[in-house]
Design a protein around this ligand. Sequence first.
Ligand code: UDX
Length: 441
Amino acid sequence: MHVSVIGCGYLGAVHAASMAKLGHTVVGVDVDAAKVALLASGTAPFYEPGLPELLREVGGDGRLTFGTDMAAVAGAAVHFLCVGTPQKHGEFRADLTHVEDAFAALLPHLRPGDLVVGKSTVPVGTAEALAERLDGTGATLVWNPEFLREGLAVQDTLHPDRLVYGVPTDDDGVPTADGDRAHRVLDEVYAAPLADGTPLVITDYATAQLVKVAANSFLATKISFINAMAELCEATGADVTRLADAIGYDDRIGRRFLNAGLGFGGGCLPKDIRAFMARAGELGVDQALSFLREVDAINMRRRVRMVDLAREVCGGSIVGRRIAVLGAAFKPDSDDIRDSPALSVAAQMQLQGAQVVVTDPQAVENARQAWPGLTFAATAQEAVVGADVVLLATEWQEYRDLDPAAVGALVARRAVLDGRNVLDPRAWRRAGWTYRALGRP
Ligand code: UDX
């Protein structure tokens, strides 16, 4: 099939390359000329494992092109909307500027029978409003939320754990004739994952939009639940990692997303739960989501607690202390620093008078641009030289694998804060380190 992908960020670039891998002819469109130039030359504009290889693989045969001119979508029958929906400045609501701009630019190029497929995370009600604007064009809107995780984006796109199509429905919630046709077209787009047995949920627009924010809210709640337990563990001398193991053996609970530590960040979970609360307020059901305020508050408290812990191991004050922060990305295998807990803690400590040195295998350049006041080092070995405290803030494999004796030879004082509960406390203590973590004795 011939498809277009509008918006070539973390979601769209991976989606475009993956669609080409599935055998489609793809044109990616983005307003950012620098990003388009990189993609057109087969270079990933951000760090995502597997994406450079995929771009090289599918770029060679001319089935994947990129441009800044929306006219390039002519000839495509399916148009994926993959633009970002960040948090609005100064409020919880989502900023829909990019969705609005992309949709308005696409409209004049649509032909009867085309599908517009929304993948961006939007407040419920957005799809209904966009669908109305397609009246008279003969094109149909489908809402097809995306669940990819950064760091695993290629795998998640090629082998999703489910597909959701929100299609036009009648008053009884039954897909209309256009809805049925849209379903058949998308089945053709996703023929490969469907043939692998990927579960498919066909539903209405509202449900499809809610599925995404509900999923992210559940994940955020799971993380904040275990971080709340970490607070209880800190007050009682219990160990939250053992607690998570023990409750995780219950299939109904499950061990995944029960890793206590610095909590969640990134371009999705924090802004999605806030936009969801804001939307619930507009719909007059704010009470239904008031628990998400607590989820958000627990999450932010972990960052404050980590600064307190640093102060504790420094004997009451971090002023003038040298603190090495390992990790700047919001999670490993990504260079994304949006709402990164690691950088948030690093900046707080710096503001409170510590000399902070941050390192990350991939995110230093992004971090430097956002926080020019911090000091950066290229490697962990460089960052820890002369440190009074070493804080592991993002659990990259190379930080998990650090040898406590070797690191011990470089620091001024052997004090380590394990912000992600991934180091072996016994090994570090045996090597003479003071080991402290969130939710662990
Ligand atoms: C998330 C959703 O997982 C994905 O389905 C959706 O499409 C986009 O948002 P992502 O933002 O890539 O994906 O990151 P995710 O892997 O969910 O991690 C989010 C944050 O939670 C990270 O900061 C991570 O460090 C943190 N986290 C995750 C924990 O603190 N504990 C855990 O147990 C798991």
